[in-house]
Design a protein around this ligand. Structure first.
Ligand SMILES: [Zn+2]
Length: 158
């Protein structure tokens, strides 16, 4: 445990009183001054800790983990649920640590795997706008699933 500012002030002033004879008025003044200086030093220290160096986030994303810069716990990916514990979300977390919005909050291999998966299943082709565009281009392409649905429905009533 670190000493409180007040304790440090007291010790410093006692040291000064012991070194030279001080009048009660002088003791008061020195107490206040010393305390004020220590408080401002402590403030500076706190601010310095709060402001992360730019680019430090890069070290938090490695091949197998992403380390939460709030609590230092490594994850495969930083979930919104976890960030919420720190009163943050993906957007405010990125803003706080100067992380580009294009940077996924996940370990590098998790990101790579996801990209490959996305390329394979092409989820945008399931998006309604894409399907509609395909229907306009080639109306016959959508007949098959309709037949399948009908058959299922017939079986259900049989
Ligand atoms: Zn955390």
């Amino acid at each position: 445990m670190s000493k409180t500012t007040l304790e440090m002030t007291k010790e410093l002033v006692i040291a000064q009183i012991e070194a030279k004879a001080l009048s009660p008025d002088e003791v008061q003044t020195i107490l206040r001054q010393t305390h004020a200086v220590l408080m401002s030093l402590q403030d500076q220290e706190a601010r310095h800790e709060a402001v992360p160096e730019s680019g430090t986030w890069k070290k938090s994303v490695t091949r197998h983990t992403i380390t939460c810069l709030e609590c230092g716990v490594p994850f495969k990916q930083l979930s919104g649920r976890h960030l919420k514990r720190h009163g943050l979300n993906a957007r405010s977390y990125r803003a706080k640590y100067d992380i580009p919005w294009t940077q996924p909050l996940a370990a590098k291999d998790t990101t790579t795997r996801r990209k490959r998966l996305v390329q394979r299943i092409r989820p945008w082709e399931k998006a309604p706008q894409f399907v509609k565009a395909q229907q306009r281009k080639n109306p016959k392409a959508t007949e098959a699933p309709k037949r399948a649905r009908t058959k299922r429905a017939e079986r259900a009533y049989a």
